[in-house]
Design a protein. Structure first.
Length: 531
């Protein structure tokens, strides 16, 4: 396959062949994510894509990029099939179109760049593509490169310096270098140079990450900064026949909470319920708040509750913090609502289709409140709790902004229904590990039906509740106040990639030909003829 991709002249490529070249990379890349999680495959997955783009034209490049994105989401996001085959295909087409733009640009520009710099430019432009995919209200930044290394803790530590972008760059650059090894296989000296470069990229990541991990593991936690937290995973999805969801779900979580506190023998510093577990407006209605207030008072435990909130005719997916006596201290509204999941564009035009899938009659609005809530303690100190709701965890700058606002640890309230029987919960949880390393903060993840987990600042999962378990989880965490390089400088790595791309894409004076570079020779005398 690789020989075919590199040896056949690209001008002879049929569009179907171009599509297949990109799709091959997309499938390989999808295998690096759950359920297979072949993380090492991510380091070579871009090889077919790079080889086909290396000498492609604009048209072939567009098809190759489309094939990559379409295959990646068709295979990797097969869990969308739980909502129906049409949404699954449509999502794959939309994401394929986004990558087609990347392929078109690469197919146009890459053949014009010096052979020496093609791998670097490929990696920079792919990293910039990943960044662009994270922008705007319709962003769906699933399948980011760093998530493939969520369980490879040595490499994952790099994101504390570069954000998730550094690992995307390293993965793409390694594949591109490997592509040059293949192209130059007939020239031993050139091939050896490219092999050294290929090995150097992951080696640098492993060595650098190993040092960062050792430094983090050598830290001695301060006892005064330790807090005991609990997660309640009710796995309540369906009411009994003739029952009411709201009342039965509330009763389930109240009973689990009381049992957890009784078993623990003393109050928790914070107890977390999942996303939207109380579907009414907690702060406005008189249904859920009174029993929760009574629970907080009786147990002297602060509660963070997932709910909804309505204000100025807008509806939000929210989290409400109650103190030890049941008083509301603050609210956070989900910043990133899911396109065609929590808001549905073009309703008048697509209403007939939406009705077939029983979509909600009202959209959720994106929140604008800070994602840090303050919890006073009896000692007079204040804990600063960073809050993410579900999809928020896919966006690295939310974590960065939260830490800059003072967040000392993270709580994520989430629900992966109706996809709990698919690979989506694992894919979602892997993003959690990336955020913890970027910010060096503990993450307490409360999921409606799983996966609930506690993740430490190195990205290591230290406790978990399995899918569909109806249990509670207790763990001790540490408040942190330090800031990583990524938190301090933000997307500096993206700026570097952009600068490199601009330098190599900017017009340059035409090079002199070999004949023009030769030194001028003295004129040869010629004999004159007498007239």
């Amino acid at each position: 396959m690789i020989g075919f991709l590199s040896d056949v002249p690209q001008k002879q490529f049929h569009w179907l062949g171009a599509l297949a070249g990109g799709a091959f990379s997309g499938v390989l890349y999808a295998f690096a994510y759950p359920p297979l999680r072949w993380s090492l495959l991510a380091w070579v997955a871009f090889l077919p894509l790079y080889l086909t783009l290396r000498d492609a034209g604009k048209r072939q490049g567009g098809w190759q990029g489309f094939g990559f994105g379409f295959a990646l989401f068709l295979v990797g996001a097969n869990w969308v099939n739980a909502a129906g085959i049409p949404p699954w295909i449509i999502l794959s087409v939309i994401m394929g179109t986004q990558f087609a733009v990347f392929g078109l640009i690469m197919g146009t520009i890459l053949p014009r760049v010096s052979l020496t710099y093609r791998p670097l430019l490929f990696a920079c432009l792919y990293t910039l593509t990943e960044w662009v995919r994270s922008q705007g209200g319709y962003a769906f930044p699933w399948f980011v490169g760093a998530a493939t290394q969520a369980h490879n803790l040595l490499v994952l530590q790099v994101v504390s310096l570069t954000g998730q972008w550094g690992l995307a760059f390293a993965l793409a650059l390694t594949s591109a270098f490997l592509g040059e090894v293949w192209v130059n296989r007939a020239e031993k000296r050139a091939m050896l140079r490219w092999m050294v470069a290929t090995v150097a990229v992951p080696a640098i990541c492993f060595v650098l990450g190993g040092g960062l991990l050792a430094q983090e593991n050598s830290r001695q936690p301060l006892k005064a900064n330790q807090r005991t937290v609990a997660i309640v995973q009710g796995s309540f999805l369906e009411p009994s026949p003739g029952g009411d969801y709201a009342s039965e779900a509330l009763l389930t979580y109240l009973n689990l909470t009381r049992s957890a506190i009784l078993e623990h023998g003393k109050p928790f510093d914070l107890l977390i319920w999942p996303e939207a577990v109380t579907p009414d407006n907690l702060l406005l209605d008189n249904y859920s708040l009174p029993p929760l207030t009574a629970l907080a008072k009786a147990t002297e435990t602060s509660l963070l509750i997932g709910t909804t909130h309505e204000e100025n005719e807008l509806r939000y997916n929210s989290a409400v913090l109650l103190n030890r006596v049941g008083e509301p201290l603050g609210r956070y509204d989900k910043t990133h609502v899911v396109p065609v999941g929590e808001f549905f564009p073009f309703r008048p035009l697509l209403q007939t289709i939406y009705l077939q899938y029983n979509v909600p009659s009202r959209d959720l609005a994106p929140g604008r409140l800070p994602n840090v809530l303050t919890l006073p303690r009896p000692s007079g100190e204040q804990d600063r709790i960073g809050v993410m709701i579900c999809y928020d965890v896919a966006f690295p700058w939310d974590g960065r902004k939260g830490v800059l606002r003072g967040a000392q640890y993270w709580s994520q309230l989430t629900a992966d229904t109706p996809f709990e029987a698919t690979s989506r919960p694992e894919q979602h949880a892997d993003l959690t590990s990336v955020r913890t390393v970027e910010t060096r903060r503990w993450m307490i993840r409360a999921a409606l039906s799983g996966i609930s987990q506690v993740v430490d600042p190195t990205g290591r999962e230290v406790a978990r509740l399995p899918l569909m378990a109806r249990q509670t989880l207790t763990h001790t965490i540490e408040l942190r106040n330090d800031k990583t390089l990524f938190v301090r400088l933000g997307d500096w790595f993206i700026v570097v990639c952009a600068v490199i791309a601009v330098i190599h894409l900017a017009p340059h004076p035409p090079r002199k030909s070999d004949e023009e570079r030769q030194p001028e020779s003295s004129p040869i005398p010629t004999s004159s003829t007498s007239q």
